[in-house]
Design a protein around this ligand. Structure first.
Ligand code: AMP
Length: 542
């Protein structure tokens, strides 16, 4: 029997119409370095309409890809709204990709138009001659004359192009299963892979972001979106904000701890989202330059494991709870969120909060052993995590779902290794390629990193496996000290003695200035391993 219910499409156009009407006074606030530019959702609707009309005039009439090479700001938000709502596909280009990867993704997605922030023109200009399908470049917030157009490419000023356009647009009905936005993975191996989110998947994911036991985004929130709009859709904040009427604060290019602290002081956001590196930097800054940040009801950290020491520092020193979440570009990205069950008490609460979190109803999960068997959820058995659900990738753009490296019987292979508790909380111990295999046992690099980062003199610690004749691999710890702090490798080993099993105690230590990072701010262990094998690390051995 069929249902008797209406069957409206869950589209970005519907979200935009809703936001501009029902939440007309909510705001997009863009930081300028010394103040703000402000746009209401009502104005965002007009801005998006002008952009859609402009893009139509440049030949975007169907599902062409429109790239963005931009910071988090009002113009990027207008692109997020207009491009999918008009039936085209938003392709967020990661400004930190290596040049050859940037060229690869723009060509692979067949971008027709690219919107570029004026401050990023020098970076973009070098790659433009290699972009085979781009016909138009629109420069926002900057001087268009600085960009030389190769033959066959027209360069436009964003402001001039939009100025003459009507501020209404007849947003079409778009099939919810069609692609709305694309994001390429930022993996450190192989070519990036394109994930094409559907209108439906973005809509359902937005609802999840707003759910009480998830990120809890609400109409009353003013959310500081530090996580870039070119990385996993800024963790869903832009569309969730349109859905629920939360205001957004956009840091633009001002991502260093000091300007972030200024934004916090000026706008007093209630919520913020960023990777651990950003929070570590801010913590050090706040410790040296104290300021009240208790207006933050909660901040989300994900993208890499949140060190418990970081969570405690924010909560105990600044009164800001840190919510740990796990996800991937392929999972839109929200996969799990660490809100303890209401029955947890005392230390149990922290134990739950340290985990990568609990799966929501839309994310099915299973653990697979090295020999391909499904493992129990007993919080002990460790295997590769596989996930399935309506906002999880089933294949890559231009690729096939039959890719045994990434997909397995209709499940996404995450490449993450960990365990799951009987009540559905995930604890990741590693990326499968980062696990340290020592004498037939696995050592979790994440556990060691968290333990070392618990030392007050340590700002960051990254652990890699290095070849060992007797044990196959042993851990090497690369340590970045906090400014003005001193500690020796022997003292750190001593500090770990009661925190990890004796056989896991690392015997290789190196003090470095900075942990190499990927384009999205995660520890780049591939580069760290290369630095070690090239003899570029000064290592103390025990
Ligand atoms: P990306 O697609 O760039 O967002 O990277 C996704 C990967 O980041 C995941 O597969 C994990 O390896 C890692 N990751 C994301 N969140 C967490 C977390 N909370 N703890 C540990 N690793 C994480």
């Amino acid at each position: 029997m069929l249902s008797t219910m209406q069957d409206g499409h869950l589209s970005i156009g519907t979200l935009l119409r809703h936001a501009t009407k029902v939440h007309a006074t909510s705001e997009i606030v863009t930081w300028t370095g010394s103040g703000t530019r402000r746009e209401t959702f009502a104005d965002l609707g007009k801005h998006a309409a002008r952009l859609a009309n402009a893009l139509r005039s440049l030949g975007v009439t169907g599902d062409q890809r429109v790239g963005t090479f931009m910071w988090n700001n009002a113009e990027h938000m207008a692109a997020y709204a207009a491009i999918p709502a008009m039936g085209a596909v938003l392709h967020t280009l990661n400004i930190r990709l290596f040049p050859e990867q940037l060229v690869f993704v723009a060509n692979h997605a067949e971008d027709h138009v690219v919107l570029v922030d004026g401050t990023l023109v020098p970076l973009f200009a070098k790659q433009l001659p290699h972009l085979k399908t781009v016909r138009h470049v629109i420069v926002a917030n900057g001087d268009v004359s600085t960009l030389q157009a190769p033959e066959g490419v027209e360069v436009h000023s964003y402001d001039e192009l939009l100025a003459s356009q009507p501020d209404t647009f007849d947003w079409p009905d778009v099939d919810e299963r069609s692609a709305a936005a694309m994001c390429y993975t930022s993996g450190t191996t192989g070519d990036p892979k394109g994930v094409a989110y559907s209108h439906r998947s973005l809509w359902l994911h937005s609802m999840q972001v707003c759910m009480t036991d998830s990120m809890r985004l609400a109409e009353s929130d003013k959310a500081l979106a530090i996580v870039p709009m070119f990385h996993a859709m800024s963790w869903g904040l832009p569309y969730a904000a349109l859905m629920i009427g939360a205001s957004l604060v956009m840091p633009d290019r001002f991502l260093q701890p000091e300007p972030i602290a200024q934004i916090l002081a000026a706008e007093k956001p209630t919520f913020a989202a960023a990777v651990p590196t950003i929070w570590q930097g801010l913590l050090q800054y706040l410790d040296a330059n104290p300021q009240d940040v208790s207006h933050l009801r909660e901040v989300v950290v994900g993208g890499s494991a949140a060190p418990p020491s970081l969570m405690h520092a924010f909560e105990e020193r600044y009164g800001v709870p840190v919510l740990h979440a796990w996800g991937m570009t392929e999972t839109s990205p929200l996969g799990s969120v660490a809100r303890p069950p209401h029955t947890a008490t005392g230390e149990q609460v922290w134990a739950y909060r340290y985990t990568q979190g609990r799966f929501p109803a839309s994310v099915s999960a299973r653990l697979i052993s090295e020999s391909g068997e499904e493992l129990p959820w007993d919080d002990e058995s460790v295997g590769e995590l596989e996930v399935q659900g309506p906002w999880i990738a089933a294949s890559y753009h231009g690729g096939s779902a039959v890719d045994p490296e990434k997909f397995h019987d209709g499940w996404l292979r995450t490449g993450d290794v960990g365990k799951i508790s009987p009540d559905g909380f995930l604890t990741l111990t590693d990326r499968s390629k980062d696990v340290i295999k020592s004498g037939g046992e696995w050592i979790s690099s994440v556990d060691l990193e968290n333990a070392v980062m618990g030392h007050p003199a340590v700002a960051e610690a990254a652990v890699i496996g290095v070849p060992d004749e007797k044990w196959d691999e042993r851990p090497l710890v690369a340590v970045v000290l906090r400014q003005g702090q001193q500690v020796t490798a022997a003292e750190l080993r001593e500090f770990l003695a009661d925190k990890v099993a004796k056989w896991q105690l690392p015997e290789h230590w190196s003090f470095i200035e900075e942990v190499p990072k990927t384009s999205v701010g995660k520890f780049d262990k591939k580069r760290l391993r290369a630095m070690n094998s090239d003899g570029k690390l000064d290592v103390t051995h025990f």
